[in-house]
Design a protein around this ligand. Structure first.
Ligand code: S3P
Length: 182
């Protein structure tokens, strides 16, 4: 299924699995466009006063998912323009996918890569062991299989395999027919 892109984009939401490059690409894209950038995991962590792995360890995944949904709704209510990077599991909840589908002037983009590439990227991204930085990584294969069709249904796929983040940013600007401001 193809997810339509808005005629005019005022908000870009990046979705995809762990290691897809959502935060890196999102920050670079925002810098190029001169738009604010919000990383949903960071905003949940800032409000909770602890990093996401600690929220998961202390309160469990259902509690984290609640915070994630609340922050998504609040962030989508913020003024545009905005670039927003979601955590890998944010598209699992129906309510979150509905919010994204209803958001006006919003391009939801799925940063896509094969599981092996994503896992390899997670290995090099972290200063800490994966199991600490991404507690759900041990279930990666199962979660990836469960989510693959949700990512496809929710966003327009942007291939990222073997591409550096700079190239993904340029591909996104071309796809949305947008010019960099810087
Ligand atoms: C998760 C991905 C993480 C973070 C949390 C859960 C997931 O974000 O939200 O650990 O369920 O895939 P990244 O995709 O930025 O690693």
């Amino acid at each position: 299924m193809n997810v339509p892109l808005p005629a005019s984009t005022e908000r870009i939401v990046l979705i995809g699995f762990m290691g897809a490059g959502k935060s890196t690409v999102g920050a670079m894209l925002a810098a190029q466009l001169g738009w604010p950038f919000v990383d949903l995991d960071s905003s949940v962590a800032a409000t909770a006063g602890k990093p996401v792995p600690q929220i998961l360890a202390d309160h469990g995944e259902p509690h984290f998912r609640q915070l994630e949904s609340q922050h998504l709704a609040a962030t989508l209510a913020q003024p545009v323009p905005l670039v927003l990077a979601l955590g890998g599991g944010a598209i699992e909840a129906d309510e979150n996918r509905k919010l994204l589908a209803a958001a006006e002037a919003t391009a939801v983009l799925y940063l896509e890569a094969p599981l092996e590439t994503l896992l390899a990227r997670c290995e090099v991204q972290q200063g800490r062991p994966n199991a600490v930085a991404r507690p759900l990584i041990h279930e990666a294969a199962q979660r990836f299989a469960e989510r693959a069709s949700l990512y496809q249904q929710t966003g327009t796929a942007v291939p990222t395999e073997s591409l550096p983040a700079e190239d993904v940013v340029q591909d996104i600007l071309r796809l949305l027919q947008m010019e960099a401001a810087t």
